[in-house]
Design a protein around this ligand. Sequence first.
Ligand code: ARG
Length: 466
Amino acid sequence: MADGIEQKSSNQMWGGRFASGPSAIMEEINASIGFDKKLYAQDIRGSIAHATMLAAKAIISDEDKDKIIHGLNTILSEIEAGTFEFSRKLEDIHMNIEARLADLIGPAAGRLHTARSRNDQVALDFRLWVKEELQKTEGMLTALITAFLDRAQEHADTVMPGFTHLQTAQPVTFGHHCMAYVEMFGRDRARVRHAIEHMDESPIGAAALAGTGYPIDRHMTANALGFREPTRNSIDTVSDRDFALEFLSIASICATHLSRLAEEIVIWSTPQFGFIRLSDAFSTGSSIMPQKKNPDAAELVRAKTGRINGSLIALLTIMKGLPLAYSKDMQEDKEQVFDSAESLELAIAAMTGMIRDLEVRVDKMRDAAGSGYSTATDLADWLVREAGLPFRDAHHATGHAVALAEKKGCDLADLSLEELQAINPAITAGIFDVLSVEASVASRTSFGGTAPSEVRKQIAWWRTKN
Ligand code: ARG
């Protein structure tokens, strides 16, 4: 009776959704099959390697091993054909597959889990998944870098304003600007490669946390699964999610780069800037204002960064309070990584498409490059070089020239020789050679500078790395 009363009042509080009581709530909070079914291929691959090793070490018979592998391959086809029935009652991908294996091959299925726990099994599956995702990311970044290298080559001589504080600073080339992104995505790719190397250790065989008394061969499974070596500490192995955190931090940094680029695309494609025109494929019209072409893809890339950064913070927070070794909290690692991986892939793909397709408006860039007294530094440098002025004095004199041009509403190059000489008598007609934006960029030949000759060297260097 007491039970009945409690059940009734509890139900009122929980509401209709959990009408069947605590067991339904437990099932819902506990189950991960809704998302970890994504790991089916890795789980099956891991189980085949494990069963093969168990037989090689005479822990199970060859006959059972053959049955297990045959059953696992059948399950793989069932899942791929969409005929496999996932059950939430069976909690996760590991138990769903094992239960089906028992249906298919009977008692031999029970031998697969010898010398293994779901703790090392999930660590293995997830690590394999993240490693493959990183390999995919590496290829996608290479495609993005290639798109930038091609545009940089095409526009090594295209002059545009370079900005600091989003105020016109000095003329640069569009090629040079593109190459800045090559550097950024090149670093992302290096981080990806490093992370792959870092996580290249096999968790399987750590068992629940303490290892096992069965005479397993962890080097054999590591080798079969394409890992460099097995992990060295079984406690760390089942409690470690650094590989997922590294994936998310790399994704966050890369998404931050993508977001800055997206922001520039948004700004550059406004009529006010007009530096680029996005292809129709990566923009949309407005339902009310017929003149508009909106950079939606860039805006969404910018927004995806929020999700990805959020996932990094979520997993850091999940992990920060966990005592060693495994805790169920860690089940919450997957959705963060899966969601970020999907967002990052989409963002890189969209950006690669946008960069390949965008129309560069060379005239608009050039006009803007000459405005805002962008060659003022060149004037000051000329005074230092040709008239022997200390840089600070040259800076001061140039300030006067800018003020005069501003008052007259013209560019520096439009001031007359007399006007310039009134500011500093050492000025000669030679000054006009450095006041053009082309002369300005051509002069910046320091290593890594914006001169077209320098930018071409950087492109050639990157081509050998790509
Ligand atoms: N579904 C679990 C996860 O994703 C698998 C590991 C469960 N281990 C355990 N001891 N209950 O973390």
